[in-house]
Design a protein around this ligand. Structure first.
Ligand code: HEC
Length: 151
């Protein structure tokens, strides 16, 4: 697990690099790291949300986890735009994400819409209104089964 000193050190380094007047490009490893970070935070927020539903974590935080997921979901499609296939040691994204881009992006956009609808329900009616929508909103597995190599 990344520790906080490493993260802060990383920011300091990024700030230094930003002062150097030169164009840098995201390489393949950056692309893979970035989409994994975006997906990992979806995983963490989803797990936290389910804890609030199971009364293992404060119910007051339910709506903010939904909001975090709604925002986080909008970052995912962009993270998959560069065609960098996964495979051994390179992440788990299957090549058919890019050969089947229309379907993959439709699935991702549908997921974003479901998170937005869940967010709206949670902001307007709290857990009581949003909880019944949770199961159909989490289309994570459907996409993973099709586009992500099994662990
Ligand atoms: C439209 C497709 C799609 C949807 C929807 C989707 N995922 Fe993913 N997810 C992927 C793909 C593809 C990968 C593999 C990325 C890689 O390894 O480069 C992935 C990887 C992950 C990972 C592993 C990240 C890592 O560090 O290896 C987690 C955790 C995850 N997703 C959680 C979720 C959760 C939780 C949801 C729903 C709330 C979700 N995903 C919805 C396609 C999707």
């Amino acid at each position: 697990m990344t520790n906080i000193k490493k993260i802060i050190g990383g920011f300091a380094m990024a700030a230094t690099i930003a002062l150097v007047p030169m164009t840098t490009h995201a390489d393949d490893q950056d692309t893979i790291d970035y989409r994994k970070q975006v997906m990992s935070s979806l995983g963490a927020q989803a797990a936290a949300l389910f804890m609030t539903l199971q009364q293992k974590a404060p119910a007051e935080n339910f709506a903010s986890h939904v909001k975090a997921l709604a925002v986080n979901s909008t970052q995912a499609l962009k993270a998959f735009e560069p065609n960098v296939e996964g495979g051994t040691g390179k992440g788990d994204a299957m090549p058919k994400i890019w050969s089947n881009w229309d379907d993959f992006s439709a699935k991702m956009n549908e997921f974003v819409e479901k998170m937005a609808a869940l967010d709206k329900a949670a902001q307007e009616g709290g857990m009581a209104a949003a909880a019944p929508l949770v199961q159909e909103s989490f289309t994570c597995k459907g996409c993973h089964d099709e586009y992500r190599y099994a662990e």
